[in-house]
Design a binder for this molecule. Structure first.
Ligand code: ADP
Ligand code: ZN
Ligand code: ZN
Length: 739
């Protein structure tokens, strides 16, 4: 019989499997597809996943190396998840081995056993006599034996001292063959009859209709878009649907954006349910993550809550998937495997034949289009659940008005009035630092980053210039590096500058800044929110960190200092993002008695999209934006893939992309594909970043099938291309930003 050949998926960018011989001494029958193996790879060792066992290989027999070690008796990844990974690898044109590696918890990638931590249990041996004559003169052993006998499921080793059991006595009993040690995991805690730990809120009619619609779709694939204004009670709808899922004996998976990871969100789930909740987010360590993953896989967790990558958590009894804030950009991974967790979640729900609920106050244009075309059922919540009013929007034209640290005079007056009325103000500016750049008033020198085509941001507090693109850091110079003049001026305003200025303008109230620089410590954030909750007049200044997850009922004025970025940008998604941010920030404010007011400063106060948004709301804006996308032939009315390349020498990346483009043109003809356009290559909007020159080639297609046909063939060709070795390149299918 010929040797078994193992075809193994390895965490390598190469889109192929690798052949090995079986590890010495491991029989054919022990090799289960899906099992992990440690293999030699060049000078390194990698851990791969067995895809199949065959009897032939294109590699000459003499060159085949044996795998080093078989790590699993069976696949740690259940078939449903494996299928999802296959789909993912194909759709995103990523190597299967690398995809599987992204999908597995870190410890499994590193070769840790795929088992929940084991515990030693002490058991009575069958047939052991409690009055064994050998124990006549050993009272402590006799006692220990009796204690063990009282525990038919055994005594966990870690409970020995609690039960006043002595290890030495147990050791002696084992030597006499009266007790034995079994190594196993803790028994799963019992399933609950009453899943609720606190009463549910009675749903209002809109919430009830939404919950009812999803409930009728239980047990099979259905996708729902729950469009509900902030505070309309979407979370309450999720909670009640999860309870029904649990009652049906199923598990629920909830994805939340990275930024919503506030303790509030998680606490709400934990307060509501008597259930085993598995958490998979950036705050849990690798071991906890693995345990949560295994508990979900083995049906020992009822609710799984996590960020993006939790999408790849296997479930024994999947019942429902919920994606909160489905429009959030953090669902898209921007490196390595560039997947979109929301899109993959819909695929997963389809594969597992379960319902999926996407919720947002500001749904993405993609999801809205899917609702319009009937792929998703649309559910609306128009009213705030607590009875609070929607805020009023005002546009403030600042075309010919001087800005004082980014704040115009009318805006300052509005802030003063609000504070005088004893209320709170939220000032939103999506730019960290003191000022976006430092300028020499004499020679025009600007604080450019030496490694990027970008300016370094002034951070006055720490006396630094920092590049927000590559992290480069310098001391803030006191003289111009070019002409030695001392007249260096920060230009423009970031949150640090707005905070400083507001502190001077309104010395009588606290000014609290919330951005990544100010809130790296959790306690700082908590104490800040406590101050705000107390309700005294104050000013909150912050970036998009303020836009999510918190509710500030005493805030009645939201001051948006700069909406222009979203209207000027070359990125066709910028206006959508700006609108979502404005609405999300606005949604933080106001309550029943004191409706909020939102003032937006802009140099483009009459821009149709801004007018639409402020006068008719997000859905009118979205309709307008969608019709613009349709006439421009942009997503969701076409499909994009972006080939990015970067290299140390100028021109190198474009050289590779030129060749790649010719190859694609050839393939389009050869495969007779239609409706595909190649745009570029062009330098990336920021050509140099972190010392590398970047360029990109955009592929635009009317339909997915020809696009994917092209991509799969093209990628294999690019892997062979010598000019590709000198550059770093990657493909982004459905890119969400073109930078
Ligand atoms: P969303 O998730 O849409 O932002 P939440 O579910 O957080 O909204 O609800 C906002 C507030 O309204 C919460 O304080 C919540 O307790 C309350 N709420 C939600 N549903 C109801 C209801 N049916 N009756 C009374 N209050 C509700
Ligand atoms: Zn100068
Ligand atoms: Zn830089």
């Amino acid at each position: 019989m010929p040797d078994a050949i193992l075809r193994i998926a390895l965490p390598s960018p190469l889109r192929r499997l690798f052949d090995y011989r079986a590890p010495p001494g491991v029989p054919h029958s022990a090799l289960q597809p899906g099992a992990r193996l440690r293999v030699p790879f060049g000078r390194r060792e990698l851990i791969g996943i067995l895809i199949e066992v065959t009897d032939h290989s294109e590699v000459p027999a003499g060159k085949l190396k044996p795998a080093l070690q078989l790590l699993d008796a069976q696949s740690p990844l259940p078939p449903a998840l494996f299928k999802l990974c296959l789909w993912t690898a194909q759709y995103y044109q990523h190597s299967l081995g690398d995809t599987l590696s992204w999908a597995l918890p870190v410890l499994l990638r590193q070769g840790e056993p795929a088992e929940v931590r084991q515990e030693r249990f002490w058991h009575l041996v069958d047939g052991a006599q409690l009055d064994d004559p050998r124990l006549r003169r050993a009272p402590r052993q006799r006692e220990a034996l009796q204690t063990i006998a009282q525990h038919p499921h055994g005594v966990a080793h870690q409970l020995l001292s609690q039960l006043q059991l002595n290890k030495d006595s147990l050791g002696q009993l084992r030597d006499k063959g009266l007790v034995r040690v079994e190594i196993r995991r803790h028994a799963a805690s019992e399933r609950h009859l009453n899943w609720l730990a606190e009463p549910e809120l009675p749903l209002n009619p809109e919430q009830r209709a939404a919950a009812e619609a999803v409930r009728t779709g239980f047990g099979r694939f259905n996708a729902y878009l729950l469009a509900g204004v902030t505070g309309s009670g979407k979370t309450e709808v999720y909670l009640q649907l999860i309870r029904e899922t649990l009652e049906a004996g199923k598990q629920a998976l909830v994805l939340i954006p990275e930024i919503n990871l506030g303790p509030q969100t998680l606490a709400r789930f934990e307060r509501r349910f008597n259930a085993r909740i598995a958490l998979l987010h950036s705050g849990v360590n690798d071991r906890e993550r693995l345990d949560a993953w295994l508990a979900a896989r083995d049906g020992e967790a009822d609710i799984i809550i996590g960020t993006r990558s939790a999408l790849f958590t296997p479930m024994q009894r999947p019942g429902l998937i919920i994606i909160d804030e489905e429009h959030d950009a953090s669902y898209k991974q921007q490196e390595g495997l560039r997947y979109h967790a929301r899109d993959l979640a819909v695929v997963r729900a389809h594969q597992e034949n379960i319902p999926i609920l996407l919720g947002s106050a500001t749904p993405s244009l993609e999801s809205l289009q899917n609702a319009h075309s009937g792929r998703y059922a649309m559910l609306h919540l128009h009213q705030r659940a607590g009875g609070a009013q929607q805020p009023r929007f005002l546009r403030l034209d600042v075309k010919s008005r001087p800005l004082d640290s980014g704040i115009s005079a009318p805006m300052q007056q509005a802030i003063a009035q609000t504070l005088a009325a004893g209320q709170q103000v939220l000032v939103f500016l999506n730019r960290r630092g003191f000022a976006p750049t430092l300028l020499c008033h004499d020679c025009g020198w600007l604080s450019e980053c030496p490694r990027c085509d970008a300016r370094m941001t002034v951070h006055q507090r720490s006396g630094e210039l920092r590049c927000h693109h590559c992290g480069h850091l310098e001391r803030q110079p006191s003289n111009c590096p070019k002409c030695n003049n001392v007249d260096l001026r920060p230009v423009g305003a970031g949150t640090e500058r707005a905070e400083e200025r507001l502190g001077i303008l309104f010395p009588q109230v606290p000014v609290l800044r919330v951005d990544r620089d100010s809130t790296s410590r959790k306690e700082a954030m908590t104490s800040l929110f406590n101050t705000v909750q107390r309700g005294e007049p104050c000013i909150l200044v912050g970036t998009q960190m303020l836009a999510k997850g918190h509710h500030f009922p005493r805030v009645t004025l939201v001051a948006i200092l700069d909406a222009d970025g979203g209207l000027f940008s070359a990125d066709f998604r910028a206006s959508e993002r700006m609108a979502q941010l404005i609405v999300q920030v606005a949604g933080r404010a106001g309550r029943a008695e004191e409706p909020g007011k939102v003032i937006i400063q802009s140099h483009l106060a009459d821009h149709p999209l801004l007018v639409q948004l402020t006068e008719q709301g997000y859905f009118a804006f979205a309709a307008q934006a969608l019709s613009e996308r349709r006439s421009a032939g942009l997503p969701p009315f076409c499909h994009l893939a972006l080939l990015r390349a970067e290299a140390h020498k100028p021109g190198q990346a474009e050289g590779f992309l030129d060749e790649a483009c010719s190859e694609a043109e050839l393939l389009v003809n050869e495969l007779k594909l239609s409706g595909i356009e190649l745009l570029g290559p062009v330098p990336a909007p920021m050509e140099r970043r972190a010392g590398r020159y970047r360029a990109q080639l955009l592929v635009q297609a009317n339909a997915r099938a020809p696009l994917h046909h092209l991509l799969s063939t093209w990628m294999l060709a690019l892997e062979q291309m010598p000019s590709g070795r000198a550059v770093r390149w990657s493909l982004d299918v459905d890119p969400i930003d073109l930078f």
